[in-house]
Design a protein around this ligand. Structure first.
Ligand code: HEM
Length: 151
């Protein structure tokens, strides 16, 4: 009992940390490992991938029009932060959540599938192994629920 009280006192005084959930500075989502981030080539690899991806989006005949006013460097940088953070890398994504970011865009399943194909082509161009490609796609796929808003 004495020991427990001592632990509580130290925790309250800030000398030893409380459990992670009680700390305010703990990241909301902490990926267990950065293996996928590393497999994608770390930050430089992701930057090159997203530059190619956004260039592909702009020229794609199916969805290019939706990106005609997009500043490529801005979108690529947001995607780098988002994917870096989601794959365990040392980044923070400060942009809007996917529902907010894509509201009122009338995005269909066909649009979404086209974007996935453009991403696959960008990953192929960087010789990213198939298994790594699939891991990234598996991470992004559930976002369709927030992004597809039209039939
Ligand atoms: C898993 C799929 C997708 C992901 C991870 C994703 C991610 C993002 C991110 C991070 C942003 C930047 C938000 C901001 O900071 O303002 C963004 C913006 C945008 N997204 Fe997506 N997106 C996806 C699917 C799509 C699809 C299918 C379309 C349409 C074909 C689309 C069209 C756009 C457009 C037009 C913008 C605004 C770009 C600008 O002009 O700034 N996205 N998306």
């Amino acid at each position: 009992m004495k020991k427990l009280m001592m632990a509580c006192a130290l925790a309250l005084s800030g000398l030893i940390p409380l459990s992670a959930s009680a700390q305010t500075a703990t990241p909301v989502v902490a990926a267990k490992s950065d293996a996928l981030f590393q497999a994608l080539g770390g930050k430089p690899g992701l930057q090159a991938l997203m530059d190619g991806f956004v260039a592909g989006l702009k020229t794609d005949p199916r969805i290019g029009a939706q990106f005609k006013d997009t500043k490529s460097s801005f979108l690529a940088s947001q995607l780098v932060d988002q994917v870096c953070a989601a794959t365990g890398g040392p980044c923070q994504y400060d942009g809007p959540d996917m529902k907010t970011a894509h509201a009122d865009m009338g995005i269909t399943r066909a649009h979404f599938n086209a974007l996935v194909e453009v991403l696959q082509a960008a990953m192929d161009a960087r010789n990213i192994p198939f298994a790594t490609q699939n891991q990234l796609l598996a991470l992004l796929a559930p976002m369709h629920r927030d992004i597809i808003t039209a039939k």
